[in-house]
Design a protein around this ligand. Structure first.
Ligand code: GDP
Ligand code: MG
Length: 755
């Protein structure tokens, strides 16, 4: 099968084109570096099927980042039949820099001049024909997004791949042109090397990968360099060549794009927005405010604080007594997220009741229990959170697609640097809010091994979608049961606790076991764009599918097992609900329960406390299990609590609170423990595969256990006895002092050794 590769700058539209060609739904992001690995699909509308490879975005073919190495090795070694070089026409000159490098390889090539729609919208004009004449490579104007020119592009690429192509360069007339030519002839003479022109230029640049491969020829370059004095060329040939490329581009190609009178209006619009959004002082407060708004819209039961402010303190009088009363909330407007949650909860409650009523009297006692508590109780406590999870993702996707997230990385780079990370680590961390698995894989973009290890370790602290029900169910129950706080504030705070623990851990690691330089972070900010409805929906659908599939497989299976071992004793005789404390599961839970005493959900909880222990343990399989397990087991606690039919997640936790008298600090500690402890099985397996060394994996597990235990204990103790804060502050100060002293000692030693 023919193989075409898509290569271009980050954010030039490669993945959009890839999706368009292959009908795939790969993630498109208004974010440089979304595609770290290469991706393959098939295009079927040419005379023969063509395999399309989406390569990571790069600015040049030098070997400085993993993306550059992946792309370069792919084109050189796998020899695609054609390279489609995507060029963002709104950023022509910078994009052509890479083009002038790809041209030098002996590979058929077509330039796809993308975003033609945007160029037109800005009132600019582009002359593809002129570019084609000057550069000597086929040029097709396209819009990957609007699907313009795609068929023509592929026809041209197909034609080109049949013709073959020899590399050509724009560096012929530059000061180093002769040297390049001499090296090329020498390489061709040796007869062993493909792509002599490309390698010759890289040799003259004294490119690290190249110098290794051709140690003999590098001497020729070094000799040449010595025989000409530095002040003619300078001694940095790489810079000379880069300069020559840019000069050539601006001299020959800048006339291809005719900007509207004045300047490029498109860019100035983004610039104007950025003057506020990336403001030195306001940037971070704005970011925090936007995040809070997102949480408020998703979780609040008093939207815009109309209830608290007394605007509608009476609630909606005209809805009283109707079905809608619960839906829109009393004493305030529910957020869209809560409205959906309530709606789903009501429907599922009714369904569960109907099922239980149908079974009652017609089936054995244990069968009724298994179906209505084990299966429905467990499943419904989780499914009811889907709307809120999806809403949160919708908001995150909008922020990402609009180009705002890229700004945040840029703003946060300054701060992250103080913690020993670069802005590059931000994207994997943000992805952690979705799911740790892709987030951990995305750390491949981090060049420094220690930075990568530290980042992988803290990614699970960014509360993923599966952990969200823990936060929502427990904070919902806290508000309902104790009448304190707001659900959105508690949820938001727990997200912040996760981030704070992550940052503190990174700081600690980067100053002790995971030291290293922070590589510079260079990123160009993409233009602000309106998020695409279709792309948002694809994104959400993926998420929903994943979640529902998991609910009906792993989580369903877990809840059934949990119900069974909580209703049978070691002799396999059935125990009714009121004897659950004698079950196998209770036995195991009670054995481990004392371990959690410092965290507030250990022995102090009495006879039902083991349920918290068991819930936390089942979370190791999938984090949704924490609430699902409570849903299953809380439904069985008898004795006149909230409800005894199938329960939503919040009711389940309320039942647990009433049965155990657990305190608010202990509940918060329970959330924090689950948030920071060993993540689910899938994330653990991914971390194991991605961590650079096996030994680091064992330490990572230990790190997760220790962190969650310490954080949980701290929250419980400080929450229960505020003065214990001083003890923890003292320990923290001592730790910092010890590390600082140790680092100073090391620095002295190193300096002495150097002298
Ligand atoms: P990649 O980083 O090269 O894979 O780029 P993506 O495919 O992720 O696209 C980056 C951004 O550019 C996304 O917001 C796309 O919606 C947008 N985009 C891609 N192609 C076009 C186009 O032809 N016109 C316009 N207006 N936007 C586009
Ligand atoms: Mg991409």
């Amino acid at each position: 099968m023919l193989k075409f590769a898509l290569a271009g700058n980050p954010n030039s539209g490669k993945t959009t084109l890839f999706n368009n060609l292959t009908g795939s739904t790969a993630h498109v992001g208004n974010w440089p570096g979304v595609t770290v690995d290469k991706r393959e699909g098939t295009y079927k509308k040419c005379p023969e099927p063509i395999s399309i490879v989406d390569l990571p975005g790069i600015y040049s073919l030098s070997p400085y980042t993993p993306e550059e190495v992946i792309t370069r090795n792919f084109i050189l070694n796998e020899k695609p039949d054609c390279v489609i070089n995507i060029v963002d026409a709104t950023n022509l000159e910078r994009n052509l820099y890479l083009t002038t490098q790809i041209m030098e390889i002996d590979v058929p090539m077509v330039i796809a001049l993308n975003m033609i729609d945007e160029v037109k919208k800005a009132g600019a004009e582009i002359d593809g024909k002129k570019l084609e004449e000057k550069i000597g490579v086929s040029v097709v104007e396209i819009s990957a997004l609007k699907g313009i020119g795609i068929a023509e592009l592929m026809d041209r690429a197909y034609e080109e791949c049949k013709k073959g192509r020899k590399g050509s360069t724009v560096l012929k007339d530059c000061p180093l042109g002769h040297l390049i030519n001499d090296v090329r002839i020498a390489l061709e003479g040796s007869g062993k090397v493909d792509n002599p022109l490309f390698h010759a230029i890289k040799l003259v640049e004294i490119d690290a990968l190249e110098a290794e491969a051709h140690s003999d020829l590098i001497k020729m370059v070094e000799e040449f360099k010595e025989s000409f004095c530095d002040d003619v060329f300078g001694d940095d040939f790489e810079a000379v060549i880069a300069d020559a490329r840019y000069k050539y581009i601006s001299k020959n190609f800048s006339s291809v794009l005719t900007k509207p009178a004045g300047e490029n209006r498109l860019l100035t619009k983004s610039d104007r927005i950025d003057r506020v959004m990336t403001h030195k002082v306001l940037g971070i407060p704005i970011f925090l405010a936007i995040l809070f708004l997102v949480f408020h819209l998703t979780f609040s039961e008093d939207l815009f604080y109309l209830g608290a402010l007394g605007v509608i303190s009476e609630g909606f009088v005209f809805l009283e007594g109707t079905f809608f009363e619960g839906l829109f909330g009393a004493g305030g407007i529910n957020s869209p997220g809560v409205i959906l949650l309530t709606f789903l909860d009501t429907c599922m409650g009714a369904l569960a009741e109907a099922v239980a009523a149908a079974l009652e009297g017609n089936a054995a006692g244990w069968a009724v229990g298994l179906v209505s508590d084990g299966i429905l109780g467990g499943l419904f406590s989780i499914l009811s959170f889907i709307p809120q999870i999806l809403m949160l993702f919708l908001f995150f996707s909008i922020l990402e697609d609009s180009g705002y997230m890229a700004r945040i990385a840029f703003i946060l780079d300054r701060i992250l640097r103080k913690f020993g990370l670069s802005g590059r680590a931000f994207m994997p961390m943000i992805m952690g809010f979705g799911c740790s698995v892709p987030a951990i894989i995305n750390t491949r973009a981090l060049a420094d091994e220690n930075e990568r290890t530290a980042t992988i370790r803290v990614i699970p602290f960014f509360c993923c979608g599966a952990k969200m029900p823990i936060l929502t169910a427990i904070s919902g129950a806290i508000v309902m049961q104790f009448g304190i706080g707001n659900v959105d504030v508690i949820t938001y705070s727990m997200y912040v606790v996760g981030i704070a623990v992550a940052m503190a851990s990174v700081l600690l690691m980067r100053n002790t076991t995971m030291k290293g330089e922070v590589p510079p972070f260079i990123m160009e900010l993409p233009a602000y764009r309106a998020p695409q409805f279709k792309s948002l929906m694809i994104h959400l659908w993926d998420k929903a599918k994943h979640f529902i599939k998991k609910a009906f497989t792993v989580i369903l299976a877990s809840t059934i097992v949990i119900w069974l071992i909580s209703h049978f004793d070691w002799n396999w005789s059935y125990l009714p609900d009121d004897r659950m404390n004698e079950s196998i599961l209770a036995g195991i839970g009670q054995l481990l329960q004392p371990l959690f005493t410092p965290l507030g959900f250990g022995w102090q909880l009495g006879e039902w406390g083991w349920i918290f222990t068991v819930a936390a343990i089942t979370g190791l399989v999938a984090k949704e299990n924490v609430v699902a397990t409570m849903g299953t087991l809380a439904a069985c606690i008898t004795g006149g609590f909230v409800a005894d039919e199938a329960l939503g997640g919040i009711d389940a936790v309320m039942n647990m609170i009433q049965a155990t008298n657990i305190t608010v600090p202990a509940l918060i500690a329970f959330i924090a423990f689950n948030l920071t402890t060993v993540p689910c099985f899938a994330a653990v397996a991914t971390a194991r595969a991605e961590l650079p060394a096996k030994r680091k994996f064992n330490y990572t597990l230990l790190f997760w256990l220790a962190t969650s235990y310490i954080v949980g204990t701290m929250i419980y103790l400080i929450g229960s006895w505020w003065w214990t804060a001083f003890i923890f502050a003292g320990i923290a100060a001592a730790t910092i002092a010890a590390i600082a002293a140790n680092n100073r000692k090391c620095n002295c030693l190193c300096k002495n050794r150097r002298m």
